[in-house]
Design a binder for this molecule. Structure first.
Ligand SMILES: C[S@@+](CC[C@H](N)C(=O)[O-])C[C@H]1O[C@@H](n2cnc3c(N)ncnc32)[C@H](O)[C@@H]1O
Length: 370
């Protein structure tokens, strides 16, 4: 696979014709079906089986506080996440799904009336297009509260363009909350160009630090890692192809807040979580470095302060301090390989002896589901 068009055609063929459901996947990179939390299961039960059966996501793209939000799902596939989010935003919100594969869109659209009946309202729409050219779609700049994507950015032939498009469409204070596959290194061309590895969301996976660079280049100065899990490549035909490279499924949140800095600076600030985010009375996690217990004074860097204050989370916090003084660099916001699950490295050739120090590795099945 060489040209961008050829790559996109191969991806369309893979998801439109070759795969007929999750069971057809050859690895477990895009397969997160086991990880649905209990609070989401009743909502998932309302999704049409044909839609659920064609789920190829690698993470959970349902952050809290979505009621009334306008959401865009990039690479929405058969629509599972769109129909989950439709229930979370409710009748006053809306969800738009974008995908380039007609067969995937056909499944999503075929069941739109079914879901409208299930939910009692119709608040979704699906658009055909590529996520590298979002500006060609009838989407108002600065009109989305939240943009999500589940196991799609790795398939993109121009990831920088996707991130620029996301920034253009987000409202100020809005967030891009998305799951994708990352590698612990830059992948050799032989892996990048392998059609099955690419289709299975491995060949196009970004080296995590290159992703951070791209995100910053698009104006997302301080990407925050929410969760991660290792992907075990155990299939005998596939494992030797990826060599020593390790893969992770990770969920990041990127805020559209122009004042964010490229490092965490200490202004002597703190926040107190009010305990008012539904279903998170005791504690709420902004990301892997910020687990905020309700009622406790929690020192934060300037970026975290702004993320909380300028986003939809603002009313759920009290804010202490301002930006009038500076005390140097704020420690403890993370560095090095960011994935919590990176402890015992998931070798491509099989499972290491101690597989799950972070308690998340056990969620990954022997297959990947993109
Ligand atoms: C791994 S599947 C994930 C689908 C869906 N997010 C889910 O969780 O089931 C990837 C989807 O992204 C779509 N896709 C891949 N590259 C795309 C692009 N450049 N523009 C639009 N859609 C794309 C494919 O058509 C496919 O439906």
């Amino acid at each position: 696979m060489t040209t961008r068009d050829a790559v996109q055609e191969a991806v369309q063929s893979y998801y439109g014709q070759q795969l007929t459901g999750t069971a057809d996947l050859k690895t477990s990179a895009c397969c997160d079906a086991d990880a649905v939390p209990s609070w989401l299961r009743p909502l998932l039960a309302k999704v049409h089986p044909e839609v659920s059966d064609r789920y190829y996501g690698c993470g959970l793209v349902c952050p809290p506080l979505l009621s009334g939000c306008r959401i865009l799902d990039l690479g929405s596939g058969a629509g599972r996440d769109v129909y989950l989010l439709a229930q979370l935003v409710g009748a006053t919100g809306s969800v738009v799904g974008v995908d380039m594969t007609p067969e995937q869109l056909a499944v999503a659209r075929r069941h739109q009336d079914f879901h409208a009946q299930q939910f009692g309202y119709d608040n979704v729409s699906f658009l055909e297009g590529t996520i590298e050219q979002l500006e060609l779609l009838p989407l108002e700049p600065g009109s989305f509260d939240v943009i999500v994507s589940n196991c799609v950015l790795n398939l993109s032939t121009d990831k920088a363009a996707v991130l620029r498009g996301v920034m253009r469409l987000l409202k100020p204070g809005g967030e891009f909350y998305f799951s994708d596959v990352y590698a612990d290194r830059r992948l050799p061309e032989s892996v990048q160009r392998h059609p099955v590895l690419y289709g299975e969301c491995l060949g196009g996976a970004l080296y995590w630090n290159d992703f951070l660079r791209l995100a910053r280049g698009a104006g997302f100065a301080d990407p925050r890692l929410v969760s991660d899990r290792p992907i075990w490549i155990t299939e005998p035909q596939i494992a030797p192809l990826v060599g020593e490279a390790r893969f992770y499924s990770a969920t990041y949140r990127l805020f559209n807040i122009s004042e964010l800095e490229d490092a965490c600076e200490d202004h002597g600030q703190a926040v107190i979580y009010r305990g008012t985010i539904p279903d998170h009375a005791e504690r709420w996690d902004l990301d892997q470095h910020h687990s905020l217990e309700s009622g406790r004074v929690f020192p934060v860097c300037g970026n975290t302060y702004r993320m909380l204050q300028q986003s939809r989370f603002g009313e759920h916090f009290s804010f202490i301090g301002d930006f009038s003084r500076h005390f140097g660099l704020f420690g403890g916001c993370g560095g090095g390989l960011p994935f919590a699950s990176s402890g015992p490295a998931p070798a491509a050739s099989g499972f290491p002896a101690d597989t799950d120090t972070a308690g998340v590795g056990s969620q990954a099945s022997a297959k990947s589901c993109c």
